[in-house]
Ligand binder design. Structure first.
Ligand SMILES: NC(=O)c1ccc[n+]([C@@H]2O[C@H](COP(=O)([O-])OP(=O)(O)OC[C@H]3O[C@@H](n4cnc5c(N)ncnc54)[C@H](OP(=O)(O)O)[C@@H]3O)[C@@H](O)[C@H]2O)c1
Length: 260
């Protein structure tokens, strides 16, 4: 029996890609409240500056780095800059991905596929490659990827997105197998927290109706909260308490994955 609680994140250094809005900033705020030092990335400097100001106003020790996840060299810079500032890397939350408008499969272009794969599985892999040696040197690391239930169920119009997210889940399992003996766990979260993407009232009636009915068949009947619902599940996967959990996919969606 260990004396120390296993769910402590105090002082842990975690990099969150796409930490400037939506799920990423919610997870960053939750981890920051638990005492983690957080590094957030995004492409847009103004958005990054706003997110950092918000985290600092909540007394979170943090660093913002402009980085496109598709840029492999930049992934290694992100790791170097994190080490320069905080001296260690304990966790990765591989959350960022770029999107394209909904497109039927017959109209999907090579550029659509490249964008989703470059910023999805490839982007996740580049940061894993950059951080893994530092985690392995400490015999401790936690990697959380983000996938989508659309990858499992299929979703008309979301072909490149769904396929690229299944590639992320596959990489998650391979990384779990390759790095388990280095003390590194790798798991995938399928979140549901889409409120920040909802259309403004009166702007687009069809989309508003789609959003309104989104959770009709969800057991909990509501959207997830990035800070209060997604954050704690990610925190568990970043903690000591999840040390015997690896290669898994965990839906954090109020049970929505069970839809008929
Ligand atoms: N929201 C949901 O309900 C839901 C459901 C299933 C899966 N997911 C997954 O969860 C993750 C987060 O979802 P979200 O809804 O919070 O996304 P979001 O609102 O679109 O936010 C995406 C974040 O990633 C950054 N980003 C986008 N492209 C990037 C790139 N190429 N390089 C670096 N940063 C980039 C964005 O900042 P910049 O624009 O400044 O780069 C932003 O911070 C995604 O991987 C998504 O597939 C979400």
């Amino acid at each position: 029996m260990t004396d120390a609680p296993l769910n402590i994140l105090d002082g842990r250094v975690v990099i969150i890609t796409g930490g400037t809005r939506g799920i990423g900033i919610g997870v960053a705020r939750h981890l920051g409240a638990l005492g983690s030092k957080v590094v957030i990335t995004g492409r847009k400097p103004e958005r990054l500056a706003e997110a950092i100001a918000l985290l600092e106003s909540e007394n979170v020790e943090c660093l913002g780095l402009v980085a496109d996840v598709a840029d492999r060299e930049r992934a290694f810079d992100v790791v170097d800059e994190t080490l320069a500032r905080f001296g260690r890397i304990d966790g990765l939350v591989l959350n960022a991905q770029s999107f394209r408008p909904v497109t039927p499969l017959l109209d999907v272009t090579e550029s659509d596929m490249n964008l989703l794969f470059d910023t999805g599985p490839k982007g996740a892999l580049w940061l894993m490659q950059a951080a893994q040696p530092h985690m392995a040197a400490n015999s401790w690391g936690r990697i959380v990827t983000m996938g989508t239930s659309m990858g499992l169920t299929g979703a008309a119009g979301y072909g490149p997105y769904a396929a690229s997210n299944e590639a992320i889940r596959s990489l998650t399992r391979t990384a779990a197998r390759e790095w388990g003996r280095d003390g590194i766990t790798v798991n995938c979260v399928l979140p549901a927290s889409a409120g920040h993407r909802a259309p403004a009232a009166g702007s687009d009636p069809a989309r508003e109706a789609a959003f309104a009915s989104m959770y009709d068949d969800n057991p909990m009947g509501r959207d997830g909260d990035a800070i209060e619902d997604i954050g704690p599940a990610v925190a568990f996967l970043l903690s000591d308490g999840s040390r015997y959990v690896t290669g898994q996919t965990i839906s954090v969606d109020g049970g929505g994955i069970m839809r008929p």
